[in-house]
Write a protein of this length. Structure first.
Length: 259
């Protein structure tokens, strides 16, 4: 039996009174769509060595989380709105840096998108769920959990970008479950997707690392969403050594053959 790629999934600290490291199961249930195995990476930077961990992984997935990236990490003097998870911040940034150094692919989702953005020089804003915006990015606070993930809007995919090639379409509809997002992109990131109000929703480094991040939640009910399945299939090919463009072309070809 051939060995499947191994992906490290970042943990978050939960329950401050009796801390434990956890990941929502929906992030783990994407494994079949990547044809990969998963291990949890604790956000305990004082005792976990990112260099050593990455040497035994084929890639990293940075998940969403209830916590926010600490504003000081992108140069803001604002105290920001928690909860915060400094261990997660430190571990994620080390994993991103080491992944770039060791040429390991990274897929960032929601908070993971924001971590990749900040690691490459972007700043964040906290107001994307505010009522009265042209495009609100989060459902009302009193809705049921499933209804929160049912809140959707379209995104335009960058022409000839990785996501446009993977999805085989100029735009797709995504769920929207975030209050924070990119304020200033900086100079090191390429835009892969944009919402109708101009908010950046997909990014990758211009410098060629196999790192891509999306602001939405493709892991949510992934089996029911063809675009999400294509994204994780694409990442599975990266885990096996493909470049971003090679993987995108392969997924597009598989979709043509199936369709």
């Amino acid at each position: 039996m051939s060995k499947r790629p191994l992906v490290g999934v970042i943990c978050c600290q939960r329950n401050p009174d009796d801390p434990f490291q956890g990941v929502a199961e929906r992030y783990l249930k994407v494994a079949p769509f990547m044809e990969a195995d998963l291990v949890l990476v604790p956000s305990l930077p004082d005792i976990m060595d990112a260099t050593s961990i990455l040497s035994r992984l084929d890639g990293v997935m940075l998940t969403g989380s209830p916590s926010n990236v600490a504003p000081k990490l992108y140069g803001s003097a604002d105290a920001g709105e928690g909860p915060f998870d400094p261990g997660r911040d430190a571990m994620s940034f080390r994993l991103i840096a080491e992944s770039a150094e060791q040429n390991r692919p990274v897929l960032g989702i929601c908070r993971g998108f924001q971590e990749v953005a900040v690691a490459y020089g972007a700043t964040l804003r906290p107001d994307l769920g505010a009522a009265g915006r042209e495009q609100v990015h989060h459902a009302a606070p009193d809705v049921a959990f499933a209804d929160m993930f049912a809140f959707e809007h379209p995104v335009d995919l960058a022409p000839e970008g990785v996501l446009e090639r993977v999805m085989g379409a100029p735009s797709i509809t995504v769920n929207s479950v975030h209050f924070q997002g990119i304020r200033d992109l900086g100079s090191k990131l390429a835009v892969e997707a944009t919402s109708p109000d101009g908010v950046v929703e997909g990014i990758r480094p211009k410098t060629g690392e196999r790192i891509l991040a999306v602001q939405w939640h493709p892991e949510w009910r992934v089996a029911d969403n063809a675009n999400s399945r294509e994204l994780f299939a694409w990442f599975g090919l990266l885990l096996r050594g493909a470049t971003m463009q090679e993987a995108a072309e392969r997924v597009a070809e598989m979709a043509r053959q199936a369709g």
